[in-house]
Design a protein around this ligand. Structure first.
Ligand code: HEM
Ligand code: HEM
Length: 362
C-alpha cells in the first residue's frame, strides 16, 4: 500500500515527460478493461445460465450512466492497444527509444483519429435510442438500473469467495515456502517471467484484431441499444424476435452462438479465442500491477498473485462453460418474463405478443 501511495505521489511530483504519462495511461486503461472484463464474462454467461438476469443486466447497460462508461471503455481499449503495439515495436527495435516522446504523442493522436468516427457511430445509436424511446423518463431509467443491480447483488458473494480462496492459497504457499524472499521477487530473471514477457507481446498482437472486431460489431454495426431491437443480428442470417414473443438480449446471443457456417459455430470459436487470450493477458497484466505495489510484503504479494490466478481461472471456467454447453431455445422463452418486468418498470405497455405469450405460459 505504501508503495502504491509512493508511486502515485512520485508520478504527480515527477511531472515526467510524456513517456511517463503514457506509462500511467497504459496501466490505468489495462486495469480498467480487465475489471470490465470480469463483469462482462460473468454477465454474458447469464444469457445461457440465468436468462432473466441477462435481460436485466443489458437493460442496465442501456442507461445513460453506462452509456458514458461505454465511451470510456472504447477509449481505454483503443489507447491501450495502440500504445501496446508501440511498446512491442520499441522492445524489438530498441534504437527507436530515442523517439519515445514523439511516438507517445503519435499514439495519442492516432487514438483520437480512430475514435472520432467510432464515437460518431456510437453517438448515432444513442441518439436513435433516445429519439425513439423518448417515453422513458430519467427516474424510470434509474428504477431499471437500481432494480437490475439489486437482482445481481448475490453474485458479489462470488467475488468474496474468490478473495477468500486467494488468501487461503497464499497462506498455504507461505507455509510451504516459508517467508524467505522467493525467486519471484526478481521476476525479470526467471525463465517463467521471460515466457510471460513474450506472451504479453504476442497475445497483445493477436488480441488487437479480435477485440477491435468485437467492439466494431457491438458498438458501431449493431450498438448496445440494438441488442434488444427487432433487426438482423450482426454476423448471422437471423433476426432478433423471430423466436421469442418479442426481441431480447438473450435471443441476440442465442442467434450468434447458434450460427454455424460450414458446420463451425463461428462466433463461439471467435469468442473462445477472445476469452482465453484476453483473460490470460489481462490478469497477468493485473498481476504485474498488483505485485509492483505489494513488493514490500511477501504475504500481500502472494495474495495478489493468487487473486489474479483464481479470478482468471473462474472467468475461463464460467465463460468457457457458457460457450461450450448446447443451447436450448428455452432460454429465449425464459427471458420473456424479465423483459415484461423491464417494460413495467419503464411504465410502458406490454406489446400484445408478449402479453399473449405470458398468459399462455400461466
Ligand atoms: C460495452 C461493450 C461490449 C458489449 C456491448 C459486448 C457485447 C458482448 C455480447 C453481446 C457477447 C455475447 C456473445 C456474442 O454475441 O458474441 C459478448 C461476449 C464476449 N465479449 Fe463482449 N462486449 C463488449 C466489450 C467487450 C470487451 C472490451 C471485451 C474484451 C476486453 C469483450 C470480451 C468478450 C468475451 C471474452 C466474450 C465471450 C464471453 C463468454 O465466453 O461468456 N467484450 N460481448
Ligand atoms: C488490444 C490489444 C492489446 C495490446 C496490443 C496489448 C499490449 C500490451 C503490452 C505490450 C503490455 C505490456 C506488457 C509488459 O509490460 O510486459 C500490456 C500490459 C497490460 N495489458 Fe494489454 N494489450 C492489449 C489488450 C489488453 C486488454 C483487452 C486488457 C484487459 C483485459 C489488457 C490489460 C493489460 C494490463 C492490465 C497490462 C499491465 C499494465 C502494466 O503493467 O502497467 N490489455 N498490454
Amino acid at each position: 500500500m505504501t508503495s502504491l501511495v509512493l508511486t502515485v505521489r512520485e508520478t504527480l511530483r515527477y511531472r515526467g515527460a510524456i513517456g511517463q504519462w503514457s506509462w500511467v495511461l497504459h496501466r490505468l486503461t489495462g486495469v480498467g478493461v480487465v475489471l470490465f472484463l470480469a463483469l462482462h464474462v460473468i454477465d454474458t454467461s447469464w444469457a445461457v445460465f440465468y436468462p432473466d438476469l441477462y435481460v436485466k443486466a443489458i437493460a442496465a447497460y442501456q442507461s445513460p450512466l453506462f452509456t458514458i462508461g461505454e465511451f470510456g471503455l472504447v477509449f481505454a481499449v483503443v489507447y491501450h492497444a495502440f500504445n501496446g503495439i508501440r511498446i512491442v515495436i520499441f522492445d524489438y527495435k530498441p534504437a527507436l527509444w530515442r523517439h519515445q516522446g514523439q511516438a507517445a504523442v503519435a499514439v495519442l493522436v492516432l487514438t483520437l483519429l480512430v475514435l472520432a468516427p467510432v464515437f460518431l457511430g456510437m453517438l448515432s445509436h444513442v441518439v436513435d435510442f433516445y429519439v425513439t424511446e423518448a417515453a422513458i423518463a430519467g427516474d424510470k431509467m434509474l428504477d431499471v438500473v437500481v432494480f437490475s443491480i439489486l437482482e445481481q447483488l448475490p453474485f458479489i458473494a462470488g467475488f468474496v469467495g474468490v478473495l477468500a480462496a486467494a488468501i487461503v492459497l497464499a497462506a498455504l504457499y507461505s507455509l510451504i515456502r516459508g517467508d524467505a524472499p522467493a525467486r519471484g521477487n526478481y521476476p525479470q530473471a526467471s525463465p517463467i517471467e521471460r515466457f510471460w514477457w513474450s506472451f504479453m507481446r504476442l497475445s497483445g498482437i493477436l488480441i488487437l484484431p479480435l477485440v477491435f472486431g468485437h467492439l466494431a460489431l457491438m458498438h458501431v454495426v449493431q450498438g448496445v441499444f440494438d441488442i434488444t431491437a427487432a433487426q438482423a443480428v450482426a454476423g448471422t442470417m437471423s433476426s432478433n424476435g423471430t423466436i421469442g414473443a418479442v426481441p431480447s438480449a438473450v435471443e441476440f446471443v442465442y442467434h450468434r452462438w447458434s450460427y454455424a457456417a460450414g458446420g463451425l459455430f463461428v462466433w463461439r470459436v471467435y469468442d473462445l479465442f477472445l476469452l482465453v487470450l484476453v483473460t490470460i493477458h489481462g490478469f497477468n497484466g493485473l498481476r504485474y500491477v498488483l505485485t509492483d505495489y505489494t513488493s514490500g510484503n511477501n504475504f500481500a504479494r502472494r495474495t495478489a498473485v493468487a487473486l489474479c490466478t483464481v479470478m482468471a481461472a473462474v472467468l475461463l471456467a464460467v465463460g468457457g462453460a457458457s460457450l461450450l454447453v448446447p443451447l436450448e431455445k428455452d432460454i429465449v422463452d425464459e427471458a420473456m418474463a424479465a423483459t415484461a418486468e423491464i417494460y413495467e418498470l419503464r411504465g410502458e405497455e406490454l406489446p400484445p405478443e408478449l402479453e399473449a405469450f405470458l398468459s399462455n405460459d400461466e
